[in-house]
Design a protein around this ligand. Structure first.
Ligand SMILES: Cc1ncc(C[n+]2csc(CCOP(=O)(O)OP(=O)(O)O)c2C)c(N)n1
Ligand code: SF4
Length: 302
């Protein structure tokens, strides 16, 4: 979706919904340095959502959408679950896939987009819950990584199946008791970040979404590396406050507590050698671009 395509004919401008007018006038499509700091000042690509009040998934959605390097040429692939309640309100192209199939759909989509738009960069980003990514969709998740499909997989890890009332998931902690899993989890949390690395992902991060600047960095890295090199995986802790008995103001603290160095969401990152090289090149180009812009601004004010 380019800004050109959503431009409203002058004659029809007045009768379009105000939200659409705002999107055309002040969204960040096409802005090179877009990021989480645009939230609250530019038209956001998601404003309302139907998640529980204070659900960290809603924060995560905002940060991710604000950080996509090229939202007008990005297609997101979702799956059934709490995340899927948000997609109808997102101003980025998106597809809802059958639960668990998201990485298979994204594989076909990415390949089709490369054939249909050979001269244009199209990013594909999967965003699904842990039930969809690690349990029911694990086959599709892994096979996409084995095949080196060039897209990013983001898992909103809330450590259970939230949308269906709290069943046990592979990413649930050992011993945790949920509403629909009264016996308590008998096994350890599946180590998907390690599995992702072994399965061929070039960039893997495990973290919470407590810090927007960190989310911005990892999203940009993951999308750029997937675009140029191969699959990338982000596992983001977005606790289900409803299931862990927290109120709407307590999600942030829960994430801060869970990212301490000895906790399960302590920041963990893996970058392959080719991906390291790419990130270094991108950083050098960015530095050059910023220096040139500064010089130009200096000339304009002189
Ligand atoms: C093929 C299929 N199987 C099962 C379901 C039922 N279902 C809907 S949402 C959901 C749980 C989603 O859990 P998760 O992926 O962890 O996302 P969350 O809701 O926790 O964000 C399930 C099992 C479905 N809709 N379709
Ligand atoms: S059920 Fe849990 S994960 Fe789903 S919207 Fe509510 S707080 Fe968020």
């Amino acid at each position: 979706m380019s800004k050109e395509k959503i431009k409203i004919s002058e004659d029809l401008f007045d009768i379009m919904p105000s939200d659409y007018q705002d999107l055309v006038k002040s969204s960040t499509y096409g802005k090179e340095d877009r990021g989480w700091k645009d939230i609250g000042t530019s038209k956001e690509l998601i404003e309302q959502h139907s998640l529980c009040a204070g659900c960290p998934e809603s924060m995560a959605f905002r940060y991710i959408l604000a950080s996509l390097p090229n939202p007008e040429d990005t297609v997101m692939v979702g799956s059934t679950g709490c995340t899927s309640l948000v997609f109808p309100m997102v101003a980025v192209h998106n597809i809802h896939s059958l639960f668990g199939n998201q990485n298979a759909i994204a594989s076909g989509l990415k390949r089709a987009l490369s054939v249909r738009f050979p001269d244009r960069t199209k990013d594909v980003v999967v965003l699904a819950g842990d039930g969809a990514t690690v349990d029911i969709g694990l086959d599709m998740t892994l096979q996409a990584w084995f095949r080196q499909e060039k897209f990013t997989t983001i898992c909103f890890d809330n450590e259970l199946y939230a949308n269906t009332g709290g069943q046990e998931s592979g990413l649930m902690q050992k011993g945790f008791v949920a509403k629909m899993a009264p016996v308590g989890k008998l096994f350890e949390k599946v180590r998907l970040p390690e599995i992702a690395r072994e399965s061929g992902c070039h960039y893997v991060v495990n973290c919470t979404v407590s810090k927007p600047s960190l989310v911005e960095k990892v999203i940009r890295n993951a999308v750029h590396i997937a675009r140029e090199i191969g699959p990338t995986y982000l596992q983001l802790y977005t606790p289900c406050i409803l299931e862990i008995g927290k109120n709407s103001m307590e999600g942030l603290q829960e994430m801060r507590d869970s990212e301490k160095p000895t906790e399960r969401f302590a920041y963990k990152e893996y970058v392959s050698e080719p991906a390291k090289q790419l990130l270094a090149e991108l950083a050098a180009k960015d530095k050059e671009r910023k220096a040139a812009a500064k010089q130009l601004a200096g000339q304009a004010t002189a």
